[in-house]
Design a protein around this ligand. Structure first.
Ligand SMILES: *[C@@H]1O[C@H](CO)[C@@H](O)[C@H](O)[C@H]1NC(C)=O
Ligand SMILES: *[C@@H]1O[C@H](CO)[C@@H](O)[C@H](O)[C@H]1NC(C)=O
Ligand SMILES: *[C@@H]1O[C@H](CO)[C@@H](O)[C@H](O)[C@H]1NC(C)=O
Ligand SMILES: *[C@@H]1O[C@H](CO)[C@@H](O)[C@H](O)[C@H]1NC(C)=O
Length: 296
């Protein structure tokens, strides 16, 4: 009996060590942090690069619905700039918009989503997407696009809405980081997503979110750059950087980390081609650790 008890304690001890470190995704390991099927293309605003638009089109592989609602204009039509950018590259695009959740909850409104393989959320204020679509048939239909293996993409406000925690969701202005709307659509679980990060010197703002919600992973993406996510893998794609806030630190030089601040004040940069394991919360290091030492 004593042996059984000791054995039980040993198992408990092992379990409590293993779960948080091996594969953290918010207390369960039944699902991935990103989508099990399909892809997310999360762009840090000011999306200009044709190759990012093209990547969205390729990953979708079919009709794309553009949702301009974050923008706050009185009305929208098919000339919405993001729709034109996608159309120019040959995509089949529908612009879908309402501010009224009662309309968003109708079968008529969601019809274009039923045959869509892609969604693109435009920029503006992210809380408008919540007020219009959260809890409606439209929100379910967005998620179904992903479940069918499609792509959900967005830029700026359309990037932040993808996280489970809604960064900068306040209705007053976009400088309030933890605001009156804090729940995003959650295609990326246990994560907060910020955008325009380097161009606007926003790189310290994430700490306010993480101090209040220490379980979250923070991701901040710079302009015209994307994080492409499938299951637990996120890859940087674009001309600048994505910033990772996971309490850790990483350098491609593999140097010792003597000069980094305390865990709650750390972040680091990943560039195009770098891959990150959202489950393990660590950089996926490919091949030998090359530091590009030809340029030191
Ligand atoms: C968690 O899930 C991943 C992906 O399914 C799997 O590879 C990993 O072994 C799991 N980890 C644990 C601790 O169960
Ligand atoms: C579409 O919207 C744009 C921007 O609001 C406007 O300039 C244009 O006249 C609209 N086109 C049509 C056909 O209504
Ligand atoms: C665009 O996609 C819709 C929905 O699948 C389809 O009905 C329509 O025929 C397509 N248009 C073109 C030009 O392919
Ligand atoms: C944002 O709103 C808050 C609360 O009303 C206010 O204190 C702050 O000055 C505003 N910031 C800007 C840049 O307008």
């Amino acid at each position: 009996m004593l042996l059984t008890k000791i054995f039980t304690y040993a198992v408990l001890a092992l379990t409590s060590i293993a779960i948080p470190h091996v594969n953290y995704n918010g207390g369960t390991n039944t699902t991935y942090v990103g989508p099990e099927n399909g892809n997310l293309v999360i762009v840090g605003g000011n999306l200009k690069s044709e190759r990012i638009w093209q990547r969205i089109i390729d990953l979708a592989g079919g009709p794309i619905v553009v949702v301009p609602t974050a923008g706050g204009e009185p009305s929208y039509n098919s000339s919405f700039p993001a729709a034109l950018s996608l159309q120019r590259l040959g995509a089949n695009v529908t612009v879908l918009h309402t501010y009224d959740p009662a309309i968003a909850d109708t079968d008529e409104f969601i019809a274009p989503l039923l045959s869509a393989n892609g969604i693109f959320f435009g920029g503006g204020r992210q809380w408008r997407l919540v007020d219009a679509y959260a809890g409606t048939k439209t929100e379910t239909a967005f998620r179904d696009v992903l479940n069918r293996g499609g792509v959900i993409s967005g830029s700026s406000a359309g990037a932040s809405i993808i996280g489970s925690f809604l960064a900068r969701g306040d209705t007053r202005n976009n400088t309030i980081v933890v605001g009156d709307h804090t729940v995003g659509f959650g295609y990326l679980k246990n994560a907060a997503i910020d955008q325009h990060v380097l161009v606007r010197n926003r790189h310290f703002d994430m700490f306010e979110i993480l101090d209040a919600n220490p379980e979250l992973l923070g991701l901040a993406i710079d302009e015209d750059t994307a994080l492409i996510v499938h299951q637990n893998e996120a890859e940087v794609f674009g001309s600048t950087y994505a910033l990772i806030y996971d309490r850790g630190f990483w350098s491609r030089e593999g140097t010792s980390f003597d000069n980094v601040p305390a865990p709650n004040a750390r972040f680091y940069f990943l560039k195009e081609g770098d891959k990150y394991d959202l489950g393990a919360r660590e950089v996926i290091v490919l091949g030998s650790a090359s530091s590009g030492d030809e340029e030191w």
